[in-house]
Design a protein around this ligand. Structure first.
Ligand code: UGA
Length: 434
């Protein structure tokens, strides 16, 4: 099939490249010429494992363009995968979706299936369908479907090619049939449903995972008070197949482009409907408090931030991505800079993006050792493998005072046996061996 994907962010580009990989002819459309030029050279504008390899392998089936007329001219199926950022009140901003809708309504001159892939509030697919029909310039037959994605950054290609499920939300048999054909080479269970249910599956899935994280974080906070160990508690819980071991990793809270935005968007919607979604509100509140849990411990060790040199390990919202959106490091760094602390940071991939936000306020370091050298305190925000496999004896050797506050439980307590350090993590005993 001829497929066009509008928007080459994580969702759009990965979807386009994976559809090319299973044999479709795919045109990736974006307004950003710089990104398009990069992709034409075979380079991915995002840091995502295996993506460039697949772009290279399937280059004869992939076209990158900013020319929307060209992109629409041959398309059997058009995916909309543009951003839906948060408005200040937490609702989803649909400006980009409707900009695309205007363009489609004006320029489409043949029958086509429009597939909405961006995460959107419940009811948007219906509204988009109505809007397109009202504004179409040419007498064509348009179908609309909602087909959410469940890929996680850092493993997006794998998540797409070996999807846990494909959700096809349609209101017509022909749209359902066309999407089934498009995906027939993916070996995944398909859930057929209507627009509203498909939209809710996406939100409810993300929000359930966010709830699970907030839940385990509160269990971790309790562990600290009663002398329990969250790693053991999570293992004991996760072995129950009804609970499952995934998303029971306690830490300083979830970040990223999805959970913070989607929890707030669904909560906003339920408030409008006068439905009290209490667990969702609790998820959001718990996360907001959890993100600041580590820095609240700093006054235990130092009376003032003014003369403190703090090493920060990990800046991105999770490992294996360069994405900083809603990364827990951001609110922590903002606070520490306001308090006058001196910051030295290291992240294997995230520093160039961080430099765009804080060009001069932070010293960016070439290694973990470089960052912790002579520091008074070390904060860990992301569990990069490089940080997890770091020789912990170096903290004691290199830091001025080896006080380590670990927000991602990168190390076992036994690794610090006999070392002159303070090691304080999430949901576990604090080692105070200085
Ligand atoms: C998430 C979902 O996992 C995907 O299924 C979904 O498709 C995607 O959102 C989306 O809507 O586009 P993503 O945001 O890339 O994917 O990352 P996750 O791996 O889910 O992690 C999100 C945050 O939760 C990270 O900050 C991570 O550190 C945190 N987390 C995750 C925990 O604190 N504990 C855990 O056990 C798991």
């Amino acid at each position: 099939m001829n497929v066009t994907v509008i928007g080459t962010g994580y969702v759009g580009l990965v979807t386009g490249v994976c559809l090319a990989h299973i044999g479709h002819q795919v045109t990736c459309l974006d307004v950003n010429l710089e990104k398009i030029s990069l992709m034409r050279e075979g380079k991915s504008p995002i840091y995502e494992k295996d993506l460039e390899t697949l772009m290279h392998q399937n280059k004869t089936r992939l076209t990158y363009t900013t020319d929307y007329k060209l992109a629409y001219s041959q398309a059997d199926v058009i995916f909309i995968a543009v951003g839906t950022p948060s408005n200040p009140d937490g609702s989803a901003n649909l400006t980009y979706i409707y900009e695309v809708a205007d363009q489609l309504a004006t320029h489409l001159d043949h029958d086509c299936l429009i597939v909405l892939k961006s995460t959107v509030p419940i009811g948007t697919t219906l509204q988009l369908h109505t809007y397109l029909l009202q504004h179409l310039l040419h007498p064509i037959h348009l179908e609309v479907a909602f087909n959410p994605e469940f890929l996680a950054q850092g493993r997006a290609v794998k998540d797409t090619l070996t999807a846990s499920r494909i959700v096809i939300g349609t209101e017509s048999e022909s749209a359902q049939k066309q999407l089934t054909e498009l995906y027939c080479r993916f070996n995944a269970p398909i859930v057929y449903t209507n627009w509203a249910s498909a939209e809710l599956i996406k939100y409810a899935s993300n929000n359930f995972l966010a709830l699970k994280i907030s839940y385990i974080n509160e269990v971790a906070n309790l562990c600290e008070r009663i002398g329990a160990d969250i790693e053991d508690v999570a293992t004991g819980m996760g072995l129950d197949p009804r609970i499952g071991k995934h998303f029971l990793q306690a830490g300083i809270g979830y970040g990223g482009s999805c959970f913070p935005k989607d929890t707030k968007a669904l909560y906003h919607l339920t408030k409008q409907l006068d439905e009290a979604f209490r667990t969702l509100k609790a998820t959001i509140d718990t996360n907001e408090a959890q993100v600041l849990r580590l820095i609240n411990r700093i006054p235990t060790y130092y009376p003032s931030y003014k003369d403190l040199t703090i090493a920060i390990l990990g800046l991105t919202f999770k490992p294996d991505t360069d994405d900083l959106r809603d990364a827990p490091s951001l609110s922590n760094v903002k606070f520490l800079l306001q308090q006058g602390a001196t910051l030295r940071a290291y992240d294997p991939v995230g520093m160039p993006n961080y430099q765009k936000i804080y060009p001069k306020e932070i010293t960016y370091c070439s290694s973990i050792k470089h960052a912790i050298k002579d520091a008074d305190l070390c904060l860990i925000f992301t569990e990069w493998q490089e940080i997890k496999s770091f020789d912990v004896s170096q903290f004691a050797l290199l830091m001025k005072k080896a006080i380590i506050l670990d927000g991602r439980n990168c190390y076992t307590l036994s690794q610090f046996k006999d070392l002159p350090v303070v090691y304080s993590s999430i949901g576990r005993t604090t080692l105070n061996q200085l």
